[in-house]
Design a protein around this ligand. Structure first.
Ligand SMILES: O=C(O)[C@H]1O[C@H](OP(=O)(O)OP(=O)(O)OC[C@H]2O[C@@H](n3ccc(=O)[nH]c3=O)[C@H](O)[C@@H]2O)[C@H](O)[C@@H](O)[C@H]1O
Length: 443
């Protein structure tokens, strides 16, 4: 059993307890001997007693469940992960077992996240082997992540409690299962939150990505990797629709900058180690089981509560719009990216030949003004919104996004079919059912 813990809400891996290393104990006893004991026999006696107590402490601590502190106010300060052991390995193996002919085995990071949950269950349903990994951090309500986890458990997907920065854990997972693919969706999301907690973006989107790629390049066989980039990499570009060939060197938020950095890091690992890498630039994904930090989600909550919502507007009453993309369309794009991913070419940290490196826009190709989004929600919820029109704050938001998807269409057969009205209807149905106490029944 190994444990890792971290402080505050940055998903981290600083403290590890290892039973086999005990420099502190030796040092401590050296001091004891010097201060209090002259006889060797006494020292040996006390040493054994001390070591005995330490061993007793470790062996008695629970090995299967992560002991979350019972006081909820402490929950955000401390999160203990626990993994390892034969029973745990058996669950990992069974979850990742491929059940269809030509199926793939996929490690999905961020599996208890919005997109992660949908992709994991879609893969499982078609007979692929799927293992989830998630650190269940409290960037937004972890109980929603736990509910998604419960949903996945019911479809046979095990979500391991752990962090992508824990390379011992990643190595262990690859030891237990030789994954053919990694769907890397673990990230610190959210454009505006980057000003509040910049280091969490560096930690998850940069350090976490590198930690994952370091393990992927080393294992044999190397997996093919598909991962989530973002429409925000287009930054301040004004030429629309955004095409993959357009410049992406003027990000408007640290979030966008870390996703852009991820694309460059992907290039490096592809170039040096022959890893097959596909980045997907998601355009404002929405739908059932979505993220509560996103506007469509908290607008719904606030409209129902009768609370005023802020609707951003650009200079000179300019429209702010997004190319909102429905989750089912995104899932199809993710699966197609996995299915068309070529094998990595390296092994044991050495490149053997050129490997595939791709980037695709996954959008809806029809931007909708945020004020129209609100009107649709008003109709669906049958409640009038209290609209507070505000100037677009300078905290990372761009005025509009619009995807050119012809590359994904050609290479992945990607073709979004859900308009905002239809997709929001499904979201609202889920929202009402989930938050009306029928949390377990919500599908
Ligand atoms: O495509 C992406 O890669 C990103 O998509 C998403 O970012 P955004 O497109 O900014 O979504 P979201 O916050 O829902 O704001 C939607 C609209 O509401 C406007 N907005 C927002 C808040 C508010 O109070 N008022 C308002 O008008 C706001 O100006 C915007 O026009 C993901 O969150 C992000 O993680 C990333 O994946």
């Amino acid at each position: 059993m190994k444990q890792m813990s971290h402080l505050d809400n940055i998903p981290s891996t600083p403290g590890k307890f290892k039973m086999d290393k005990s420099p502190f104990i030796h040092h401590h006893h050296g001091r004891l001997r010097w201060q209090w004991h002259s006889s060797l026999a006494k020292l040996t006696f006390w040493s054994f007693l001390f070591l005995g107590l330490i061993f007793l402490f470790f062996f008695r601590s629970p090995s299967s469940s992560s002991p979350l502190p019972s006081d909820p106010s402490r929950r955000s300060l401390r999160h203990t992960y626990s993994w390892g052991g034969p029973a745990w390995e058996k669950r990992v193996r069974s979850s990742a077992r491929v059940r269809s002919r030509n199926g793939i085995s996929v490690l999905v990071t961020g599996a208890a996240g919005f997109v992660g949950t949908h992709v994991s269950s879609a893969l499982k349903r078609r007979g692929d082997g799927v293992l989830g990994l998630d650190n269940f951090n409290d960037y937004y309500d972890p109980s929603l992540k736990r509910a998604r986890q419960a949903l996945l458990e019911r479809t046979g997907v095990f979500v391991v409690d752990g962090d992508i920065n824990d390379s011992d854990l990643l190595k262990k997972l690859f030891e237990v299962v030789p994954f053919t693919h990694v769907m890397h969706l673990a990230a610190q999301a959210g454009v505006r939150y980057a000003m509040e907690n910049p280091s969490s973006y560096v930690h998850s989107n940069i350090a976490g990505l590198v930690s994952l790629l370091e393990v992927c390049k080393e294992v044999n066989p190397q997996p093919a990797i598909v991962w989530a980039s973002s429409s925000s990499v287009y930054g301040l570009n004004s030429k629309v629709p955004f095409s993959e060939r357009d410049r992406t060197d003027q990000p408007a938020s640290l979030y966008a900058a870390t996703k852009k950095a991820g694309e460059e890091i992907a290039h490096t690992y592809n170039h040096i180690y022959g890893l097959s890498l596909t980045g997907l630039r998601f355009f404002t994904v929405y739908g059932p089981w979505g993220r509560p930090d996103m506007a469509y989600f908290f607008f719904t909550r606030d409209i129902l509560k009768g609370k005023a919502i802020s609707i951003f507007e650009a200079a000179n009453h300019g429209t702010v719009a997004r190319d909102f993309t429905y989750i089912d369309d995104i899932v199809k794009g993710c699966l197609a990216a996995l299915d068309t991913a070529e094998k990595s070419t390296g092994s044991g940290g050495k490149k053997k030949g050129r490997a595939q490196l791709r980037v695709f826009n996954l959008g809806n190709t029809s931007p909708v003004p945020v004020s129209d989004l609100v009107s649709i929600l008003e109709r669906l919820l049958k409640v009038k919104a209290k609209r507070n029109i505000m100037k677009l704050p300078r905290n990372g938001d761009v005025q509009f996004t619009h995807a050119n998807i012809s590359l994904a269409q050609r290479e992945l057969g990607y073709k979004p079919t859900t308009d905002l009205q239809t997709g929001l209807k499904k979201f609202v149905r889920w929202y009402l059912s989930y938050y009306s106490g029928g949390k377990k029944a919500a599908g």
